[in-house]
Design a protein around this ligand. Structure first.
Ligand SMILES: *Cc1c(COP(=O)(O)O)cnc(C)c1O
Length: 227
């Protein structure tokens, strides 16, 4: 059974109020934070309900699910954020509907996304887990990789994205991203954005300077399958 819209509205309001509390604690302005509602595994109808409740930024992590949703909802004024691992061969297709790509982590992907014309906004994903295959570049690759992104046509580097590793202290993890961001800004002063914080750790992320939260289940409720 899909959730009743009123439950959705309650969860959305509750997350918004927690965001406001964390901002107050951090002395930050909530309007400087973009909340991306991650709707992976959720039907297009849920995106429509959230849109009706004023949400405009939506996140998806798989091209094969995102593309039909984007097509079905074409005409609604909204911004798609691609937050999952992205294969180079899908990159051009994702670029057609996604305004922001949060998971740039390979040179082949830079090449595949690079194009003349309207730039696409990107975050470089930083791996905090130290485990290969989790997505993200290693900390010691940051400068080299950033130079590569900055030199590519059609990519506008917004900043860094990261996922706090399971079991790690979220606040400490996000502090590492903030430190890496200072190094990035030495090369790219405009690239100040920080995409970090999910349902379980967005408060900590706000305290460490997150500008883009990627929140799924705390707002949508449990994912129907597999997510
Ligand atoms: C699923 C996902 C999220 C949202 O996760 P929740 O725990 O449901 O908030 C955020 N970021 C990425 C990269 C994801 O894949």
């Amino acid at each position: 059974m899909p959730d009743q819209p009123d439950e959705l509205e309650v969860r959305l309001a509750s997350v918004r109020s927690s965001i406001a509390d964390a901002c107050a604690q951090a002395g930050r302005d909530p309007s400087a934070i973009t909340t991306v509602v991650v709707t992976k595994f959720q039907p297009a109808s849920l995106v429509r309900e959230l849109h009706h409740l004023g949400v405009r930024d939506f996140g998806e992590n798989r091209h094969q699910d995102a593309a039909p949703k984007a097509a079905e909802l074409h005409g609604l004024e909204l911004t798609w954020h691609f937050v999952g691992q992205l294969q180079s061969k899908k990159a051009r297709q994702v670029r057609q509907y996604a305004t922001v790509i949060h998971s740039l982590d390979r040179e082949s992907l830079v090449d595949a996304l690079s194009a003349q014309g309207d730039p696409v906004d990107v975050f470089v994903q930083l791996d905090l887990s130290g485990e290969p295959g989790r997505g993200g570049i290693r900390d010691d690759e940051l400068e080299t990789f950033a130079e590569r992104v900055l030199g590519a046509d059609g990519l506008r580097l917004l900043g860094l994205m990261a996922v706090a590793p399971l079991g790690a202290d979220a606040r400490e993890s996000f502090a590492r991203v903030r430190t890496a961001s200072e190094r990035l800004q030495a090369l790219a002063p405009e690239a100040t954005a920080l995409s970090m914080g999910m349902s379980g750790d967005y408060r900590e992320a706000i305290l460490e300077g997150a500008t883009h939260l990627r929140i799924g289940t705390a707002i949508t409720g449990n994912r129907p399958q597999g997510g």
